[in-house]
Design a protein around this ligand. Structure first.
Ligand code: F3S
Length: 394
């Protein structure tokens, strides 16, 4: 690989042992993927933030590191809110370890803003090179915002945070971003009434078929929340880090992509609306969990509207970034008047809150995919309105 003076200095250990090790991780990655050089990244999002996923081994590795992030770097959601965790019945032992993980990342200069939707609070521009690791966030910034990042692992993202560099390969290179598989819906008129939950269901099916290929959708007209839901589910049931929706996502409007879309041959798969509908179940819910990925401003507004004059009759959690909660106190208090809880900083599937929670109703295709394996819970898919109705005993 071609190394510049700064890369070489990092590798020589002149910025300390941790940064040297981090550069070695990135160099090994670059060699595996035959990257020709390193590039600078504008921001980093680090996964591996929950004690449930990294355990004692991960925590002691973090504690062995030193140095500070050199680019804006933020943390993925953790297993509980940074404050107020006592009210939710989080076990003390878990909370103690989780706070140690947070402290270790903060010491390394990673902002403890724990969310899978940092794109709501940071300016991400088309063509920006990033090193992000949470799969739904990677999918969103690549596909919906037109930025460029590979799906980093926790250690490689941390290495980019501490060095500001990433190897130039994969989705950083424009020619690697063209669609590889095309999806059609058998009844495109039916998609006009789809909600985010339907797009989550579509993502479950399309992601399992796509694996790590780049899907291309034609007839659908999703808004940004629906795109978020679609991408998150495809990243969970498959390993999709980038997808395109014709005339909706930004890259489909560029001549380079249009040419490939028109001229390239690729596999075409038809998905039936009935396959999507079958994913919506009819079990009785024990818990309602919304906000996977964390809720947007529009989703908070819709929830506040739906929950007006209603009262929940079961645990009802809405997972959100702390910044979102702080920015919209009125919407949050309207929602919480119903008895529902807004849980900041937290990922529903890595939190002890959802462990063995029985039947968990959600509007998220990603949560639907992960809840059985990660939480030993039975998932139930419903639209946002159906979740509110079920949670209020209607
Ligand atoms: Fe976010 Fe966790 Fe869902 S990171 S996307 S709430 S699985």
């Amino acid at each position: 690989m071609e190394l510049d003076k700064y890369d070489q200095t990092l590798l020589n250990g002149e910025y300390g042992e941790t940064k040297q090790k981090m550069m070695e991780i990135l160099l090994a990655l670059g060699k595996i993927y035959e990257a020709e050089k390193f590039i600078e990244v504008k921001s980093v999002q680090v996964s591996g933030a929950s004690f449930k996923t990294i355990g004692d081994a991960g925590l002691s590795w973090l504690n062995s590191l030193s140095g500070k992030a050199v680019v804006p770097s933020f943390l993925n959601p953790i297993g509980m809110p940074r404050d107020e965790w006592q009210d939710l019945g989080i076990p003390d032992e878990f909370a103690k370890k989780q706070l140690e993980v947070n402290a270790a990342y903060t010491r390394l200069g990673i902002r403890p803003t724990c969310t899978c939707t940092p794109y709501y609070f940071n300016i991400i521009e088309r063509g920006d090179h990033l090193a992000w690791s949470e799969s739904s966030a990677v999918s969103y910034v690549n596909s919906v915002l037109g930025a460029r990042t590979n799906r980093e692992g926790g250690p490689s993202a941390l290495a980019s945070a501490l060095t500001g560099k990433t190897p130039y390969y994969g989705l950083h290179i424009v020619r690697n971003r063209i669609p590889q598989i095309e999806f059609h819906i058998d009844d495109s008129a039916a998609t006009k009434s789809w909600t985010s939950a339907h797009y989550g269901a579509l993502g479950i099916i399309a992601g399992a078929i796509s694996g790590n290929w780049i899907p291309f959708f034609t007839e659908i007209r999703p808004n940004r929340d629906m795109l978020k839901s679609l991408g998150a589910a495809m990243a969970a049931s498959g390993a999709v880090a980038l997808y395109h929706v014709n005339e909706i996502t930004p890259e489909t409007r560029f001549p380079f992509f249009k040419k490939h879309i028109e001229e390239d041959e690729r596999e075409v798969v038809e998905i039936e609306v009935s396959e999507i509908d079958e994913l919506f179940g009819s079990l009785e819910a024990d818990v309602i969990a919304l906000g996977c990925p964390h809720v947007s401003e529009e989703e908070l507004e819709e929830l506040a509207f739906l929950m007006e004059n209603r009262r929940v009759v079961m645990p009802f959690y809405i997972f959100a970034a702390e910044e979102m909660r702080a920015k919209h106190p009125d919407l949050c208090s309207r929602i919480q008047n119903s008895g529902a809880k807004i849980v900041p900083d937290t990922c529903m599937v890595v939190s002890p809150l959802m462990d063995r929670a029985g039947v968990v109703m959600t509007n998220s295709g990603k949560a639907f995919t992960y809840l059985p394996g990660m939480c030993k819970a039975t998932p139930l898919l419903g639209t946002l309105e159906e979740c509110v109705r079920a949670g209020c005993g209607e």
